[in-house]
Design a protein around this ligand. Structure first.
Ligand code: SAM
Length: 220
């Protein structure tokens, strides 16, 4: 009988946020597929979990995904984790979940922290209707088209961004939505230097033009 794929949400910074059910799923799995095995080793060491690890990330997802599916079909249970948060949310996982559905393999989710939802909840902005936009494309045309599509968006928008691209993204958001538009920058959530800054796009641009961004950010 075929095994299962377990999508295990892991902490976005604070290791105390791994749920007891998530921990158990890691203990029970026959093997763990991880985005960066070194990052996951730290989590496993912290919880004293010893399990075979295989790597599954953006640039090996076809070859590695096929091997993972083979093992699941042969009867093994796989826990899929990423470096932080929920697998398949701006992270590897989407493809293997689709492949499992196509092959009739059972997928179970063990929910955990998600940076987008944590940032939205703490943002102080309307939460009843929101849209998750993930990372803006780096390339000019796709990026411009994405921003153009959002021009009339009335729901609260959520973006992920890497620190070295933050200023450019803030500038593009300001040019699209105007400098007076409210923004909450949620930085280093659940970590030592967590910071929630409610401001405007104009002020955020001015601040980060003068101060180098550090850490991980969600823009709400
Ligand atoms: N799957 C993850 C989740 O469920 O949140 C998201 C992975 S995505 C590759 C990484 C992005 O998530 C970062 O660039 C940043 O925008 C956001 N992120 C992850 N951890 C964060 C944290 N502790 N504080 C703020 N943003 C974070």
């Amino acid at each position: 009988m075929s095994g299962k794929l377990f999508l295990v949400g892991t902490p976005i910074g604070n290791l105390g946020d791994l749920s007891p059910r998530g921990e158990q799923a890691l203990r029970d799995a026959d093997f763990i597929a991880a985005e960066d095995t070194r990052v996951t080793m730290k989590l496993l060491n912290h919880f004293d979990i010893r399990k075979p690890l295989v790597s599954y990330f953006e640039h090996n997802k076809y070859a590695s995904g096929a091997k993972i599916l083979e093992r699941i079909i042969a009867g093994e249970n796989c826990a899929l984790v990423t470096d932080a948060g929920m697998p398949a949310i701006s992270d590897p996982g989407e493809d293997i979940v689709r492949q499992c559905a196509e092959q009739g393999i059972d997928v179970q989710v063990i929910p955990g922290p998600c940076a987008a939802i944590a940032a939205l909840a703490v943002s102080g902005l309307p939460t009843q209707q929101f849209c998750f936009e993930g990372f803006l494309a780096v390339s000019g045309k796709t990026r411009r088209e994405h921003l153009e599509r959002l021009r009339g968006e009335t729901r609260t928008m959520i973006f992920y961004e890497a620190p070295h691209k933050l200023l450019r993204t803030l500038c593009d958001l300001r040019d699209t939505f105007g400098g007076a538009r409210e923004i909450t920058l949620a930085r280093e959530l659940t970590k030592l230097h967590e910071e929630i800054w409610k401001t405007t796009l104009g002020e955020a641009v001015a601040h980060y033009a003068a101060n180098e961004p550090r850490g991980e950010y969600v823009l709400v």
